[in-house]
Every structure is written in C-alpha cells, then in structure tokens.
Design a protein around this ligand. Structure first.
Ligand code: NCD
Length: 308
C-alpha cells in the first residue's frame, strides 16, 4: 500500500479497487448499532484544515473515530497560524505530537506534498487549491459502482467549472485509471484546451451539454467556484444556468438508468436546480454517506490496519 494519498495519480487500478472493496466492508459498520471498529486504536489522526469545509472535515473525523483513532481537529482560526506560523512550523509541531496521519486541506496547490516531506506519518490530501481532491474521486467512484454496478466502460460527463475544480482533476485521473470514459463539458473559458489530454489520454472535451446527455451514464455537476475567480468567465449567472445548468427538462434527456452527482456545496438554481438535486436520480446524499466509508478505508489501508 502507498504511504501517502496526495493525488489520484498515486493510485493504480489495483490499489484503487482495493480501497473501494475495503470501503464496501467499512460500510457494513455504518449499519450497526455500535459504529466502531478497533483497527486504529492508539493511533493519532490530525485534521489540518486551512480552508473552509463542511462535508470533508466532518467525514474524515467520523471515519477516524469509527476506526477508534484519536482525532485532533486543528482549525486555523484560533491557532498560531493566525499569528503567521508557517506550514513548516505547524508540521514540526504535529510531528512532535506523533501524528500517524495528517489530513490536510490547503488553498495552495501542492501544499500536501511539502507536508509529506516534513512529517513521518501518512499525509492525505483533502483538497489543495485547484489541484486535487483524491478521496472525493474515490467516493464518487464508489457511488457510481454501487449505483450502476461497474466503472469500466461507463460514460461520465463532468460539467462546469473544470478550470478551478480539484474534484474534476482527481476524478478524470481516477476514472480513466478505472476504465471509464470522461467528457469534460462547460463554457470554453472554464475548460483549458489541453486539460483533457494532459490529465488522461482518453478524456475528451465538448462545449454542448445537450448533445452529451443522451450518451451519459453519469453526469457530475461541479460547483461554480466564484471564490477562485478573479475574472469574469461568463456573462451572467442566468446565462450560465441557461447553457450549462442541469434542470428537469435537461435531466429527462438522460438515459433511464443515468445518475446525477454533485460533490457539494451546491449553488441551487445555478449549476443544478432543486428539482434535479432532490430527484431519485441524484446521488448527492449517498455521496456524503459513502465518503465516510471510503475515508475509513483510506485511513485503514494507509496506516497499515493491524499490520504495522
Ligand atoms: C469540493 C471541494 O472543496 O473541493 N467540495 C467537497 O469537498 N465536497 C468542491 C467544491 O468546493 O465545489
């Protein structure tokens, strides 16, 4: 097993499937009255979040606790980081406390790689800038497999603000490794021309959502990340929604079996309407639940379960 999970590119197909299969076993724990396994008893997991997060932070915390690890939630507000302490000094502090795993979210792309150089424990990238978010890709793959029964051969449309999306990047890499066919869809300014080819040889780009929908098994809607935009990438929110938003009538162009995904948080009414988000095709709530099982599997496997 790998020591760190920094990018979906760290995962070959065998390792990725091992994580998904382990997650399926972990999911059975969620159905029990006592939702706990002793696997990581005595180990310390630190959640180091330099950026806002609801789902991901809570999910990693629940995952570590269900494995009986000691969990330290380090929030930047109220810590010495607010006084200007560097990532390196924070890393040395975590190291001195004997963290076995550090789960890090940081606004700078690449920050988890630096951290991995400075600590002895495992580092898990929980989102670095516009770069990657590999556990989101794993939970998305898990959700697709559990709804549709397979990953190889699936047609997946990833729609919207690809330029700023670490979720898109990690998904394209992982889905390609697992044999799915990815099409990136969105307005040209939000889809860098060479991104598909750079991430995965089989991935393609299309600027017309309506033509992609009838051939898609999965539509993954991305949040329009206004906090990362310092330019105007499209004329107005209404115009964006009209061309690239998923509403009820567009959803009905999908094949009967197709599912609709979104990593959250959603801009309801912009990239997705409530009719779609709350429909039976939507896997949005399942994605959150699956996130806990997948992160349990990642922590368990990286920390060597009982074998270390
Ligand atoms: C994403 C993130 O933070 O990268 N959300 C998440 O982790 N569930 C996507 C987003 O912010 O749009």
């Amino acid at each position: 097993m790998i020591r760190h999970l920094l990018s979906s590119a760290d995962l070959d197909a065998g390792t990725a499937l091992q994580i998904l299969d382990t997650a399926a076993e972990m999911a059975t724990v969620a159905g029990r009255e006592v939702k706990k396994l002793p696997a990581l008893r005595g180990r310390t997991v630190v959640n180091l979040f330099y950026e806002d997060s609801t789902r991901t932070r809570i999910s990693f915390e629940a995952a570590a606790k269900r494995l009986s690890a000691d969990v330290i939630n380090f929030s930047v507000k109220g810590s010495s980081v607010a006084k200007g302490e560097s990532l390196k000094d924070t890393a040395l502090t975590l190291q001195a406390m004997g963290a076995d795993a550090v789960v890090v979210r940081h606004p700078a792309s690449g920050a988890p790689y630096q951290l991995a150089d400075w600590v002895d424990g495992s580092v898990v990238n929980a989102g670095d800038g516009t770069h990657e978010h590999p556990t989101q890709a794993l939970l998305d793959a898990y959700t697709m497999r559990s709804r549709l029964g397979r990953l190889a051969g699936l047609s997946v449309a990833v729609v919207g603000d690809v330029l700023h999306s670490r979720v898109a990047r990690s998904n394209v890499l992982l889905l390609s490794t697992l044999g799915a066919k990815v099409t990136l869809v969105g307005p040209p300014p939000l889809i860098p021309v060479d991104i598909a080819a750079a991430l995965a040889p089989g991935a393609t780009v299309c600027y017309d959502l309506d033509s992609v929908l009838p051939q898609s098994d999965v539509v993954m809607m991305l949040r329009v990340q206004r906090e990362r935009m310092n330019d105007s990438y499209f004329p107005s929110a209404r115009e964006y929604a009209r061309r690239y938003g998923l509403d009820g009538s567009r959803m009905r162009r999908l094949p009967e079996h197709a599912i609709v995904m979104h990593p959250g948080p959603m801009n309801r009414g912009m990239e997705i309407t409530s009719e779609v988000a709350d429909s039976p095709r939507s896997t949005i709530v399942e994605q959150v639940a699956n996130g806990v099982s997948v992160r349990m599997a990642v922590l368990y496997l990286l920390l060597g379960g009982n074998n270390r």
